[in-house]
Design a protein around this ligand. Structure first.
Ligand code: GDP
Ligand code: MN
Length: 340
């Protein structure tokens, strides 16, 4: 099984690092950015006080550093435009991508590379603090058609591969100054421009937006429908199903074959209700998921193996809970997935 494969990163393809203070002079000098820089720097030794590193509801004012991480099998121009539209200051944002090592990944890399170069060689005050692009050294499914990806039989293998990709990505890019990690899928094409601030404002260790999809209803015209079913609250029934399962079996959400009776955040959306309503969750999806870096630093990762019969982002929520962190969701705060 892929999970047993030793993790080695072979494909560091491009790493574009722009230290803004080199360009902008002293006003952005490292020591002036609160709580996120070396507290002592003497030649070869850098020491960081992680206790002073904050991730707070005032992320923007505190100049907290955010790492936006995206596993990417396909480059969507709409994703990139949306990312460029986010209003969080770019000098506080690092980007990290991981692409599969197949022809799909080659194609996405070309487009991503061109898009990144355009921004990072443009005006200095428009550049991201750092951009890292990785290639996977682990397997990916050959077919990425929606039908094949979503077949129940493919879920364990596919999501195990996704876990390995996500783990490689955050373990390679997280730095001593990272306060927050925003997991943002490559096919999330529309979010509020204040996505990062809005999620951070809740000051939760883990918080996930509700991922919907725009479509055209033959009768009603332009409509929206739920897309991501991985954010949920557990049910007695799901726990019973899990208790009966073999060690290596997983329980996945959103399939008629398995009636879990979990309360799915996808169905809690109420257009008339407060967009900042918070609900506690037991499972989370990764389409637009903000995590305090401390949670990952404590060791919460995406299990590529069944962990309490859960895998990938749902397994991550479980592992974080076991570490003492509570995941939350915002049922009325919508982001939109591409419609294939
Ligand atoms: P779905 O929307 O739940 O069907 O999942 P996706 O297929 O959209 O995958 C989630 C995220 O991972 C998206 O950003 C994809 O572009 C990306 N992705 C999908 N498959 C792979 C893969 O094999 N390797 C990498 N690195 N990323 C992938
Ligand atoms: Mn997707």
């Amino acid at each position: 099984m892929a999970a047993k494969k030793p993790y080695t990163l072979i494909g560091l393809v491009v790493s574009v690092v722009f230290l803004l203070y080199l360009f902008l002079g002293d006003s952005n000098a490292p020591h002036k950015l609160a709580g996120r820089r070396p507290s002592k720097e003497d030649g070869l030794i850098k020491s960081y006080k992680l206790n002073n590193l904050q991730a707070t509801s005032r992320s923007f004012n505190n100049k907290e550093q955010v790492l936006v991480l995206t596993p990417m099998s396909k480059f969507y121009p709409e994703y990139w435009e949306n990312l460029l539209g986010l209003s969080y200051p770019r000098n506080l944002v690092e980007l990290g991508f991981i692409l599969p090592s197949n022809s799909l990944g080659d194609q996405a890399l070309k487009q991503l590379d061109a898009a990144v170069k355009k921004v990072q060689t443009g005006p200095a005050n428009q550049r991201f603090a750092k951009v890292t692009i990785l290639r996977q050294d682990t397997a990916s499914l050959e077919s990425q058609s929606e039908k094949d990806r979503h077949a129940l039989s493919a879920q364990k293998k596919r999501r195990s591969q996704m876990s390995l990709a996500r783990n490689s990505l955050f373990l390679t890019t997280i730095g001593p100054a990272t306060s927050w990690i925003l997991w943002l899928d490559a096919d999330v094409v529309e979010t509020p421009v204040t996505l990062i601030q809005d999620l951070a404002k809740h000051d939760k260790d883990i918080i996930v937006a509700n991922c919907y999809q725009r479509y055209v209803d033959p009768k009603k015209g332009a409509s929206i429908r739920p897309y991501d079913f991985n954010s949920w609250q557990d049910s007695e029934k799901a726990l019973e199903i899990a208790a009966e399962m073999g060690d290596d079996e997983i329980i996945v959400e959103g399939y008629q074959e398995i009636a879990t009776y979990r309360a799915l955040m996808a169905y809690m959306y109420d257009a008339k209700n407060d967009p900042h309503l918070e609900v506690p969750l037991d499972g989370v999806g990764g389409t637009a998921l903000l995590v305090k870096a401390a949670v990952h630093r404590d060791g919460a990762m995406f299990p590529p193996f069944p962990f309490y019969h859960l895998i990938e982002t749902e397994g991550f929520a479980k592992m974080a809970k076991r570490l003492g962190y509570q995941p939350w969701g915002l049922p009325n705060y919508l982001v939109y997935h591409y419609n294939e």
